[in-house]
Ligand binder design. Structure first.
Ligand SMILES: [Zn+2]
Length: 134
């Protein structure tokens, strides 16, 4: 049993949220724990399906990262902020990220849908651009 840092509920299914944006996130007045990893950055290069167990018929997709050799001179410090939260708070967090990503700021240019202010102050969804890079 441990306590969710956001809602305070005690429970078993607690996990760590990791966040970083090269900004002092402690200015948000949220009780983050600041951490740092000194290591090598590996980029995702694909995905593969693996079985849950050797005899299982169920598969799930996992990321595949580049397999460059470990290089002592290719290490970076990655600073980030964490919160220890329950499943419900993780779901809220993911929902807010999705909401933030999908609501384009007024005046932005993207091939994604954005909401444009109208004379009645009700937003209408408009698709911009032709590229597939956004
Ligand atoms: Zn919680």
């Amino acid at each position: 049993m441990s306590k969710c840092q956001r809602c305070g509920k005690e429970g078993e299914d607690r996990r760590t949220l990791w966040m970083a944006c090269f900004y002092q996130m402690n200015e948000l007045n949220i009780p983050f724990t600041e951490k740092m990893i000194n290591g090598t950055l590996y980029e995702k290069i694909g995905e593969k399906k693996i079985k849950f167990s050797p005899n299982s018929t169920f598969e799930h997709t996992v990321p595949v990262f580049d397999n460059k050799p470990y290089d002592e001179d290719d290490k970076y410090e990655y600073r980030f902020y964490t919160l220890w939260v329950c499943k419900s708070c993780r779901a809220d967090w993911m929902g807010k990220i999705k909401e933030w990503y999908n609501e384009m700021p007024f005046g932005s240019v993207s091939n994604r849908t954005q909401y444009v202010q109208t004379s009645s102050d009700k937003g209408i969804a408009v698709k911009y651009g032709n590229s597939n890079d956004g």
